[in-house]
Design a protein around this ligand. Structure first.
Ligand code: SF4
Length: 124
């Protein structure tokens, strides 16, 4: 399904999920702020299938893993992967694949960052 120009896949995914149970509907992405830079404009996922990045309701595990792998392959060739990943970590974005990481993987990264920050505070 082609998306209108200038619309990110993530926004399209949110719109496609509206009407589904609240537990699987990600919060709408906030519009890019000036200080975030124009990374949305170069996102590879703007041209691909919206459903790839967010789980449908009651998705079987094998289907989820396959979908997430496909999303990560797109992220791996995306020129704004680092900016997208940092955005998803800083927000934080609770659902979907962003910057090549699933929500669970982002939670691990954030936990490591918190632990590292704590260790640095103790060391100083
Ligand atoms: S890194 Fe992935 S989720 Fe982020 S903009 Fe690129 S393709 Fe989309």
């Amino acid at each position: 399904m082609p998306h209108p120009p200038r619309q990110s896949l993530q926004v399209a995914a949110v719109q496609s999920l509206q009407g589904r149970p609240a537990a699987v509907v990600p919060k709408p992405r906030v519009p890019a702020r000036e200080e975030d830079g124009p990374w949305h404009a170069d996102a590879v996922c703007r041209r691909d299938e919206a459903g790839l990045f967010f789980a449908p309701s009651k998705e079987p595990t094998a289907a989820r893993l396959s979908r997430e792998d496909a999303a990560k392959r797109l992220c791996a060739r995306c020129p704004v992967m680092v900016a997208c990943r940092e955005h998803a970590l800083i927000q934080p974005e609770p659902y979907g694949v962003w910057g090549g990481l699933t929500a669970a993987e982002r939670r691990v990264v954030l936990a490591r960052r918190r632990r590292r920050a704590g260790e640095l505070r103790e060391a100083s």
